[in-house]
Unconditional design. Structure first.
Length: 140
């Protein structure tokens, strides 16, 4: 496959993913007026299990075996907490601001990776993070 075609297809998938996230955000925003965030998180995950269960059972759960169950539990708990916080933000602030908040991940993930797992982060990445903060500050 031609390299430019791969980039175009990848870009279209990123755009489509953001459209789906925004659509989910609109639904959460609407439902969040009457339903608590923890219930929305619960039902969203029930839906995910229903969708994923046939794939998992077809593979007989062989692809989900692990020797690091503790790390997976930490990851699951932090993912669940992040989802709750995101749904709470969707229900309580403007939709555009909540979606922009979600998109700040690339600014904070390298900082967290450096502090938590002592990952080496390049000077270019720090420059990009600084530029992101400067841009946020100048245009807010």
């Amino acid at each position: 496959m031609h390299f430019n075609k791969i980039i175009v297809i990848g870009s279209l998938f990123v755009i489509l993913g953001e459209v789906f996230f925004t659509t989910m955000g609109m639904i959460i925003k609407t439902l969040g007026e009457n339903i608590p965030s923890y219930q929305l998180v619960f039902y969203r995950n029930v839906f995910a299990v229903i969708v994923l269960a046939p794939f998992l059972f077809r593979q007989r759960l062989t692809h989900v075996k692990t020797k690091r169950i503790g790390m997976h539990l930490i990851r699951s708990a932090s993912g669940l907490l992040a989802m709750y916080c995101f749904f709470y933000a969707l229900a309580n602030i403007e939709l555009a601001n909540a979606m922009l908040l979600k998109l700040t991940g690339p600014i904070f993930i390298p900082i967290i990776a450096t502090l938590w797992i002592h990952e080496k982060v390049s000077l270019k990445t720090y420059f990009g993070i600084a530029l992101g903060f400067i841009r946020c500050h100048c245009f807010s």
